[in-house]
Design a protein around this ligand. Structure first.
Ligand SMILES: NC(=O)c1ccc[n+]([C@@H]2O[C@H](COP(=O)([O-])OP(=O)(O)OC[C@H]3O[C@@H](n4cnc5c(N)ncnc54)[C@H](O)[C@@H]3O)[C@@H](O)[C@H]2O)c1
Length: 373
């Protein structure tokens, strides 16, 4: 069952691009033969929206009654793409009902709550998973390939730049839901993005040992979905420095108040002793030590070439499917065939812990140790 299916993520990425796409391809192949076929129950608050959505995609099962759906013995997996604030309560119910649980991030609004969910899931013996879609982006898969192939030598630093201009909603509609900009509704860019940065850094470069962040609310007044002005009190930009196990320093800027002058909406530059790379959502380009030009600082002369042209594109060498779908397939194989799935509630809880530490760092104006060493 899929709760929050009328939302931006629930509908587009999870229902259409993942679960319906899996059904269209005939299911998920099992290692020993056979297919996993997901039957879907759409869960939400608005019966009209659910009925329309089900009809549009030829689905028959939908409900506004979460308790009744969880009580059904034929339901094996509960998936949550609701607004973050509604998540913890629903997941507790699903664990109590003995369902396996997969969820959007962040796992919960606070790290004690997220850690408790991880403990409850373990104690109940259910299988758990948290969406970590960025790991499956073609750009980051290529970056991982470079790391595994020893391209970088010793990795020194990572520079991440994420963001784009989210319209204020007055003269052009905002392209993200308004709850993201209100603290009382679980908004804020740190809670939204630091859980992503935690698993990206952890999986590619090393666990985060400490964080130092400055946050800002650059746009304090926005206009919501009904055209009404509201106070946007949540952080809409975060400037973070993360020290990783092994000594790599990562800096990541996250902002909904920045205009894009990059090739992609997120880019990570990785500098190593033997080479550097810049990875985005899809692309990844490299510069090896042997092809590194020798820039000389001279502001009196105009630059007559493009620095960007001095990089080489990494080839695909693979087919990259939608990241949400790839992770759904892995979770389904985890549930049905017991295949390994490292992106569980414990890992989701570490993401929430980093977000909380980032907010605390900004509030207290100091570096926060995470104690992962
Ligand atoms: N993995 C990613 O890249 C990614 C990107 C964006 C959002 N998300 C996460 O997905 C979740 C949903 O985000 P979204 O952008 O789809 O939001 P959205 O506002 O578009 O959708 C929210 C969904 O929650 C439902 N809902 C249930 N109770 C609600 C309540 N009391 N108030 C408002 N809505 C309620 C809504 O009906 C809707 O289906 C969030 O937890 C967010 O952190 C993940």
């Amino acid at each position: 069952m899929i709760n929050g299916v009328t939302g931006r993520m629930g509908y587009r990425q999870h229902l259409v691009r993942s679960l319906l796409a899996i059904r269209e391809q005939g299911g998920v192949a099992l290692p020993g033969g056979g297919q996993i076929w997901p039957e879907l129950i759409l869960v939400g608050r608005d019966p009209d929206k659910l009925a329309a959505l089900a009809a549009r995609h030829g689905l028959t099962e939908w409900t506004t009654d979460l308790d009744a759906a969880l009580a059904r013995p034929d339901v094996e997996i509960y998936f949550d793409a609701q607004v973050t604030q509604q998540r913890e309560k629903a997941i507790r119910q699903a664990i109590a009902a003995g369902k396996h649980v997969y969820t959007e991030k962040p796992l919960a609004e606070s790290s004690p709550a997220a850690e408790e969910l991880a403990e409850l899931a373990a104690a109940a013996g259910i299988r758990s998973g948290v969406v970590q879609d960025k790991l499956f982006l073609p750009g980051l898969r290529k970056l991982k390939r470079l790391i595994d192939g020893g391209f970088f030598g010793r990795i020194l630093s990572v520079r991440g730049e994420f963001g784009y201009w989210v319209f204020e909603g007055d003269w052009q509609a905002a392209q993200r839901p308004s709850w993201n900009y209100r603290l009382a509704d679980g908004g804020g860019i740190v809670m939204d993005m630091f859980p992503h940065w935690n698993y990206v850094l952890e999986e590619l470069f090393g666990a985060v040992r400490s964080v130092q962040a400055t946050t800002a609310t650059h746009i304090p007044v926005r206009v919501d979905e009904r055209g009404e002005e509201y106070t946007a009190d949540a952080d809409d930009a975060a400037y973070g420095i993360f020290e990783l196990e092994g000594g790599i320093v990562a800096q990541i800027n996250s902002s909904w108040a920045v205009r894009v002058n990059r090739d992609e909406l997120v880019e990570f530059q990785v500098d190593g002793t033997h080479g550097s790379a810049v990875a985005g959502l899809r692309g990844c380009k490299i510069q090896h030590r042997a092809t590194t030009p020798k820039p000389v600082w001279n502001p009196d002369l105009p630059v007559t070439f493009s620095f960007r042209d001095q990089w080489t594109e990494v080839p695909d060498n693979d087919e990259f499917d939608n990241g949400f779908k790839v992770q759904w397939e892995a979770f389904l194989r985890h549930v049905v065939a017991g295949e390994a799935f490292p992106w569980d509630f414990a890992s989701g809880a570490r993401g929430v812990r980093l977000a909380e530490a980032g907010l605390r760092s900004a509030r207290e104006g100091r570096r926060i140790e995470l104690g992962n060493a």
